[in-house]
Write a protein that binds this ligand. Structure first.
Ligand code: NAD
Length: 446
């Protein structure tokens, strides 16, 4: 069966979630383009959007509509070609409305898994819990024909384990979109040895069709992106706890968050990133990796405490950031949760955070924030200069940043040594594309 044929009948499970809603939108746009072709207009295209939560499915329709309108506006030239024979579509807004209506007409929301019966492709994006995923995939395996292919968005669970326990006979690959799938170009593909070659090929073709950049990772819990992110986050937690002796726990967390953003020149600090991904997602990530990776302590009691207090971050349905480890105002961190006092401490540049900023010491003269460097044509040269100065500096901030960069490099190198990644390019590619770092962790600055 070709990719085009498979795209006639698709199911996404967990469709109302952060990742599921993005995957639904990407697929619906692609399916609507196929459906718009003259030769396909009599065919029936179906995209089953399955979720336990009715409320999440209500929000999904609104999200897809807004995204489809935006996408149609951007690709108006292509859509005009697609509908070239439609004399009734005169103005651009007619074309946009027609395309958006087609996208929405494909969606079949349901809380019943049984509607996936007969789907040629199933995307799974439910909660990061092995038992739930195995149970779902087993049920789907009974419902769907033996030709159905499964693509799971798991962040960490080994694919061969899902394959074995759900008895899928190699008809599953990891197809790990990054958050948000509509924006992020990276997809990490995990194709275990037993994966059916036609499915692996389909994964490649689909990536190209969706305009994604694919990186292949081996089937080890956490894969490349989260293999690095989890250990990077653990380093941050441990550093913050070590700093707590001198600066309090909230102070230590503030310092590490600031250093990981400013002095590592990253788009956001590590605790903000954990909030963005979701503290619960990070918690489950560590749990799964700890279960599957021997000889390494991949656990943080700090994360456990935030998880137990339900300070989980993540996003509201309108995309705005929820409070988690940090407190936010219009997307910007304005405070940090103090686990000792059980309340948020608001940042105060004239008070406690001002004192901590002072304790970090001056930044190297060539320091520029991530956004400023991103726009520079010679950013690699500027970064090299900056890191030379950083490594020659002996302030508290520089020492914390140097240790962080060394650890990040060590993690990257270990991913290759452990056979998770095949090359330095793959490790650096995933971190630069998926996490918007300006430089890969394995570099000669460090
Ligand atoms: P989420 O909690 O936002 O969404 C999960 C959705 O699945 C929810 O709408 C929930 O109602 C639904 N669901 C749960 N159990 C279900 C079931 N049995 N049947 C049908 N629907 C069910 O989670 P998310 O962040 O979108 O994560 C989904 C998957 O994607 C996880 O495996 C996660 O590890 C992975 N992932 C997450 C991110 C991220 O940044 N959040 C990035 C990449 C991959």
């Amino acid at each position: 069966m070709t990719l085009d044929e498979r795209l006639e009948h698709v199911a996404v499970v967990g469709a109302g979630g952060k990742m599921g809603s993005g995957i639904v939108t990407l697929l619906a746009l692609e399916m609507a383009k196929l459906r718009g072709r003259v030769e396909n207009r009599s065919k029936c295209y179906r995209l089953h959007c399955i979720d336990l939560s009715d409320q999440a499915l209500d929000g999904l329709r609104r999200y897809v509509k807004a995204q489809a309108t935006k996408a149609a506006e951007k690709s108006i030239v292509l859509l005009r070609q697609l509908y070239a024979d439609r004399a009734d579509l005169v103005e651009n807004y007619d074309v946009i409305a027609e395309f958006t209506d087609t996208v929405l007409s494909l969606l079949r929301p349901s809380t019943e898994l049984s509607v996936a019966r007969g789907a040629h492709l199933v995307f799974e994006a439910v909660v990061e819990d092995k038992t739930t995923k195995v149970q779902l995939l087993s049920e789907l395996n009974h419902l769907c024909p033996p030709s159905t292919f499964f693509l799971t968005n798991t962040s960490s669970i080994p694919i061969s384990l899902l394959d074995r326990e759900a008895n899928l006979g190699g008809r599953i690959i990891g197809y790990h979109f990054y958050n948000p799938p509509m924006v992020q170009k990276l997809v990490e593909v995990i194709a275990p040895q037993a994966a059916v070659p036609e499915l692996v090929q389909l994964g490649r073709e689909l990536g190209e069709r969706l305009g994604k950049k694919l990186f292949f990772a081996n089937d080890v819990a956490g894969f490349i992106g989260n293999g690095h992110f989890s250990r990077d986050g653990l380093h941050a937690c441990r550093e913050a706890q070590r700093l707590a002796k001198d600066y309090t726990l909230a102070g230590g967390m503030y310092l590490v968050n600031k250093v990981s953003q400013d002095l590592l020149v990253r788009p956001m600090g590590i605790f903000q990133l954990i909030d963005y991904v979701g503290v619960d997602v990070f918690y489950f990530l560590l749990k799964v990796m700890n279960e599957h990776i021997a000889g390494e302590d991949l656990h943080s009691d700090l994360i456990d405490r935030f998880y137990e207090l339900k300070l989980l971050g993540g996003q509201w349905p309108d995309g705005s950031q929820k409070d988690g480890i940090l407190k936010y105002d219009r997307g910007r961190p304005v405070g940090i949760y103090d686990l000792d006092k059980q309340q948020y401490l608001m940042f105060d540049p004239n008070g406690w955070t001002g004192e901590l900023d002072h304790a970090l010491g001056p930044y190297p003269a060539s320091h520029r924030p991530w956004k400023a460097l991103l726009a520079l044509p010679d950013k690699d040269k500027q970064l090299r200069l900056y890191f030379q100065e950083l490594f020659a500096s002996d302030t508290l901030g520089a020492r914390l940043a140097q240790a962080y960069l060394r650890r990040s490099k060590e993690i990257g190198e270990k991913l290759i040594a452990d056979g998770v990644a095949n090359s330095v390019e793959d490790v650096n590619g995933v971190l630069t594309n998926g996490f918007y770092h300006l430089y890969g962790p394995i570099n000669d600055f460090v």
